[in-house]
Design a protein around this ligand. Sequence first.
Ligand SMILES: Cc1cc2nc3c(=O)[nH]c(=O)nc-3n(C[C@H](O)[C@H](O)[C@H](O)COP(=O)(O)OP(=O)(O)OC[C@H]3O[C@@H](n4cnc5c(N)ncnc54)[C@H](O)[C@@H]3O)c2cc1C
Length: 605
Amino acid sequence: MVRYDFDVVVVGAGHAGTEAALAAARTGASVALLTTNLDTVAQMSCNPAIGGVAKGQIVREIDALGGAMGRAIDATGIQFRMLNRRKGSAMHGPRAQADKHAYQHEVKRLVEEQPNLALRQEVVEDILFESCGDRLRVVGVQVRGDACYYAGAVVLTTGTFLQALLHLGESQTPGGRAGEGTTAGISAALARMGLRIARFKTGTPPRLNSRTIDFSRTELQPGDDVPQPFSFLHDSLDVVQLPCWITYTNQQVHDVIRANLHRAPMYSGQIKSSGPRYCPSIEDKVVRFADKTRHQIFLEPEGRNTCEVYANGIPTSLPRDVQELMIRHIPGLENAQIMRYGYAVEYDFCPPDQLWPSLESKTVAGLFLAGQINGTTGYEEAAAQGLVAGANAALLLQGKDPLVLSRDQAYIGVLVDDLVTRSVDEPYRMFTSRAEYRLLLRHDNADRRLTPLARGLGLVDDSRWQAFESKAAAIAQTLQILNDHRVQGVPMARVIKRPEVEWADVLRWVPALEGTPAVVAEQVLADLKYSGYVARQQTQVDRQQRLSAKRIPRDFDFRSIRHLRAEAREKLSRVQPQDLAQATRISGITPADIALIMAHLDGRG
Ligand SMILES: Cc1cc2nc3c(=O)[nH]c(=O)nc-3n(C[C@H](O)[C@H](O)[C@H](O)COP(=O)(O)OP(=O)(O)OC[C@H]3O[C@@H](n4cnc5c(N)ncnc54)[C@H](O)[C@@H]3O)c2cc1C
């Protein structure tokens, strides 16, 4: 056996693994990032796009914490749009189409250039662990070809690859993604360590050749006139944007699907696991929304140097001939050539209530899990968890407190808290409706919420910190000017709160502010206009924080509380909430249960 030693080993260089390895390395840990194939680093398995409503906010948070995703999409986007622009800024969601291959190369380059980080092509086949008191402790991984990587912490980010099975019509092939193999060994190792494993499925639509699409029969969807960057390091983007296109299914398409449902793996019983309800296959949509006469399809280019077009809206695992037949009836696609058929994948995941909020396993010290392996779906959700897990793997070894973001601090806090507190019964994706403090968690203020914290943990370098500080100083100075300047005796800062007042009006009254950078003006306007609502949300946050201050020791025995209901005991023992606020969020836990725990903690129970 060849032996290698690192502080942290990350398994899998997808969206979670790359952010995990980068974050751990930024804090100074020596990191090995091991992945099956160096040509698939940060590959977009499905949609060639980053961001969207709630997901875009996550990308901005990843960037504010020093992560790579925002910079990579800024460098490789081919179309940028701010979704929900007509709604309030808490609902704005930045989204961009990516040049799929360019995006991969950009992330790979950022990983390759990161000091302390070794990217290696290796297939991990086993996890090495030992007993440590009444717990287990991870010590490394074994890779194919008689080599072991030893480390104080291991982060698993193996995506859809664990015991994965691809479905295309009646055919089933082992594999985590079309054209790739599956991962054996890791599921068995997790089970040996006592972790529960379950199974999910997800699917992807066909890719078409743009040369064979009649775009004149579709609707044009251009990008924004002024594309907005994802990364706080970029003031603007100089990019030539490509259009997307919209078409629709119709009754004929639906008839083809209905006539062939018995051949759909979802309906024939071939696929047994559940998939994302909010991102259904086209066969599922036709059955569940039987009265709908058409479904929208976005035709999205996969890059600048390819004819491949992603048919967003019709994920399917129907057989090849049915996919061909469906396409023939769709306006603009009558003669379209399918380059890759749609398919579904079933895979193992670990229900995430087995993790602490640091994303470390409760039963195996030093073992962290992030991404699709935790039952989530989406690149942004995966990358966010990767950053948290990677940072915490390094912080654990440095004897420091973990990075745990609260629900009022970040969508990433909502994501991790939902996972570890409520677990998942279908692939989890982020929605704005999951966040109770949406006005606080705007995409525009992600740096102000998170960059100072990240700086304290060593996740943010000097150049980002300097950019942040000068922006913060400019915001403070602008606010001061607005407080000092009066219009008919009223401070300008108060005048701005009127809904009809825009920045152009401000400049007419206060010409000294001419030349204020757009990002500064945006923050000042948002701060002043939302101040009343934000103060109200802050009162709710303060109330929750009082409950969060009631810490529950890690080894607390909920079974020792007399009069606690059996169901509450079982759930609390499984989740092991770390404070009273988290206990209130466990489904099925009642105010009466909380009162009993509180009395017990106060020594009155
Ligand atoms: C068919 C399909 C459809 C999807 N549909 C959607 C969708 O509609 N919407 C959506 O948001 N998301 C979708 N996704 C999910 C999206 O791709 C994932 O959420 C995201 O890529 C997860 O990121 P990850 O880092 O957890 O895993 P991945 O991106 O899958 O990366 C895992 C990495 O681990 C590596 N790896 C695995 N096993 C080993 C091993 N033993 N040793 C070394 N390396 C290993 C792999 O090579 C890969 O690089 C889909 C995925 C697939 C495959």
